[in-house]
Write a protein that binds this ligand. Structure first.
Ligand code: NAD
Length: 472
């Protein structure tokens, strides 16, 4: 018998309460940190491509205003509820606090099936939702800044930016009202892959710790480890690609909505992606075995499982059968608390969502800064740096009498481009944040990384409330 699904809201509350026990703050302050400050529910009509009208339900939750603007993605999903959006907005507050991004948390949700709507409907819906948020002051560069999430991407962000600009003429920083925009509309290179790349950096950092890996019976590093990916969307595709290409991990199975494929010798992520785009399905990929029940693929042999689709994928119904030793939570809330207890009890390492998928908001922060400053990173310094580096290399060659190859010279002299700054800031953020979480776990004798991450977030948000003097 399948157990009823726990709501994400209940899970996040439970994680918060568990971590709060380790903090020294009084109940009132903890309640304020946990509470969602404001939620807006919208209902508006949108015309379908065939002319019929649908009344759409949507939400935007701003969980915490201790930092402004608030920030969080917009998801299009038929399962969106107010509770889910509130829980995801809370996760955003804690996520930003953990990785040191100075935003409060927010989230938007539109109850619609993103796979079942036409492009015209999608555009009208996105623009109308934006107009509703403008009318209620739930969007703006200094107020609340959305981003992509499940079912949305660059195109929706472009429509949001354009609608906002049209409704707020003369706003100098209008494009900073949303992040995850295409490059041609003041986006930033590296944003699209940021969450997936952040997942890879986080996994790499966790797997570089010899003692932790020894406890799991694994050697250090991602290389050669068998990895299963659930969800080949924005986060899953990029995470899989970086794990395969940079980490030299072996992607043995990929699970999608229509089924899963398995090849113990490894799957080529890009080729699978192309196959799905061309045939409309992940199934029947040459050389791989089809698995009709997609969820069953999570139970295959592997060292690392990366759920990158939706919440509540690993529950007490399947947790006992999961073989992975490391669960890297790329999606929000993929493991519910009952499953977590089972997995931790078995000694698995869970790298929590509230940290691991923070790469997106980290790079969104950079995009927002770029939009406010109206200049791309590196524009002012890149050429200058290249000249300085060239003079340095020339001098070294003259003094040593030796000459570098063209490739060596290029590596040493090139002035950093915007993508170099973005990748480097992302890597640094993911690595230092992991170290902070692990240190909190060790110092405060917290038994798992999720509790340690929540504790870190609580302490950071509490400090800003206390310094603001909200609790005199
Ligand atoms: P997406 O819409 O780009 O991709 C999701 C993929 O999961 C799709 O390919 C979909 O077909 C697949 N999927 C849906 N249900 C499935 C199922 N039952 N089994 C297997 N596959 C299934 O969404 P995304 O942006 O990649 O987001 C995925 C998760 O990551 C969500 O939990 C989201 O909240 C979280 N997240 C996303 C970002 C971001 O920057 N996009 C940032 C942080 C967290």
């Amino acid at each position: 018998m399948q157990h009823p699904r726990r709501s994400l809201f209940a899970s996040v509350s439970k994680y918060f309460n568990r971590a709060a026990l380790y903090s020294k703050y009084e109940m009132g302050l903890l309640q304020q940190i946990k509470a969602c400050n404001t939620v807006c529910r919208f209902r508006f009509p949108v015309k379908h491509d065939d002319g019929h009208i649908e009344v759409v339900e949507a939400f935007r939750a701003e969980h915490s205003h201790h930092r402004l603007p608030t920030k969080g993605g917009i998801r299009f999903s038929p399962h969106v509820t107010q509770d889910e959006v509130v829980a995801l907005a809370g996760l955003m507050t804690y996520k930003c606090a953990i990785v040191g991004v100075p935003f409060g948390g927010a989230k938007g949700g539109v109850r619609i099936d993103p796979h079942a709507i036409g492009q015209g409907f999608r555009e009208r819906l996105t623009r109308r939702y934006t107009a509703e948020m403008v009318a209620k002051n739930f969007i703006g560069p200094s107020v609340d800044v959305p981003a992509p999430d499940y079912g949305t991407g660059e195109q929706e962000m472009a429509w949001i930016a354009d609608t906002f600009r049209a409704l707020q003429p003369g706003q100098l920083h209008a494009y900073a009202c949303v992040t995850g925009k295409p490059l041609s509309l003041h986006g930033i290179p590296g944003r699209k892959e940021a969450t997936g790349l952040g997942v890879y950096y986080g996994l790499m950092e966790a797997m570089s710790n010899e003692a932790d890996m020894k406890k799991l019976g694994l050697t250090r590093g991602v290389a050669g480890k068998r990895v299963i990916i659930q969800g080949l969307g924005n986060v899953g595709y990029h995470a899989a690609k970086f794990i395969q290409n940079e980490g030299k991990g072996i992607i043995v199975a990929i699970a999608e909505i229509e089924g899963a494929i398995h090849n113990p010798d490894g799957l080529d992520v890009d080729a699978v992606f192309r196959h799905r785009r061309e045939t409309g399905s992940i199934l029947n990929y040459p050389g791989a075995t089809n698995i009709e029940n997609s969820l069953a693929a999570l139970e295959l042999d592997c060292e690392v499982l990366v759920p990158a689709a939706l919440e509540n994928q690993i529950t007490r119904d399947n947790a006992e059968r999961i073989k992975a030793k490391i669960i890297a939570e790329a999606a929000n809330g993929p493991v519910d608390p009952e499953a977590e207890e089972i997995l931790l009890g078995r000694g698995c390492l869970l790298i929590p969502d509230v940290y691991l998928n923070a790469g997106g908001v980290t790079v969104s922060y950079l995009e927002w800064l770029k939009n406010l400053s109206h200049v791309s990173f590196g524009r002012i310094t890149s050429h200058y740096d290249e000249n300085t580096n060239t003079r340095f290399v020339d001098t070294l060659e003259r003094l040593t009498g030796k000459h570098l190859t063209n490739e060596e010279r290029q590596n040493l002299t090139h002035g950093p481009q915007e993508i170099d700054f973005v990748r480097s800031a992302l890597a640094q953020t993911m690595i230092t944040s992991y170290c902070k979480i692990r240190k909190t776990a060790v110092d405060k004798k917290v038994p798992d990384l999720r509790t340690a991450a929540f504790l870190l977030a609580i302490e950071s948000v509490a400090k800003s409330y206390l310094t603001m003097g909200i609790f005199p």
